[in-house]
Design a protein around this ligand. Structure first.
Ligand code: IMP
Ligand code: MG
Length: 183
């Protein structure tokens, strides 16, 4: 779905399709290098990470294993509730595994710090984080995102997996959602 198809819903594009694809390629090369002699299990956080996972893994030059979790820290609005629930758990045991969490965005960081602790407590050997986007507030909580696509301003964004009320995930770019839609 292109920009014309969403009309005035998106007020500004902050990462174009080309910028996203270049950035994902760059991150894939770093991940390949960092896990050169190690196994790695990529854990995508549904549903926001689907695009990043699809592009990242296809840009990697090695065998990868993928698993998925679905967690919820948001209601249907645009503010984090701080309460994390597992909606869908991993399919396989992660004891002794090196895990790379693939996320769409780190906002308050609540979701990721909770998930990181949760995976470590279940016996993962290591847990690192790759996120497409990071908002400024994320700096205040203890989430070490090793791989970050873009640092962005504190605005509500959609596209490339990110939604507003389940819409806009299928935009190939990332843009700022027009304020009139939620305020
Ligand atoms: P956090 O717990 O505040 O870091 O929130 C993380 C989750 O909230 C992300 O995985 C997204 O699903 C969602 N989220 C945070 N900011 C945005 C945004 O600007 N657009 C869409 N979803 C967002
Ligand atoms: Mg998410």
């Amino acid at each position: 779905m292109d920009l014309a198809a969403v009309g005035t819903d998106v007020e500004k594009v902050i990462a174009t399709e080309a910028e996203l694809s270049a950035k994902i390629l760059e991150l894939a090369a770093r991940v390949d290098a960092d896990y050169k002699d190690k196994q790695v299990l990529l854990v995508g956080v549904l549903k926001g990470a689907i695009m990043a996972m699809a592009d990242l893994t296809r840009a990697m030059q090695r065998h990868v294993e993928m698993d998925w979790v679905a967690v919820s820290s948001y209601g249907s609005g645009t503010k984090s509730s701080g309460v994390v629930r597992i909606l869908k758990d991993l399919d396989r045991d992660i004891t002794g595994r090196n895990i790379l969490i693939v996320e769409d965005i780190v906002d308050s960081g609540l979701t990721l710090s909770w998930l990181t602790e949760n995976l470590l407590s279940r016996g993962a050997k290591s847990v690192s984080v790759l996120t497409v986007l990071r908002k400024p507030d994320a700096a205040t909580v203890k989430v070490e995102a090793k791989y970050v696509g873009f640092d962005i301003p504190s605005e509500f964004v959609v596209g490339y997996g990110l939604d507003f009320n389940q819409k806009y995930r299928n935009l190939p770019f990332i843009g700022v959602l027009a304020k009139h839609l939620y305020s």
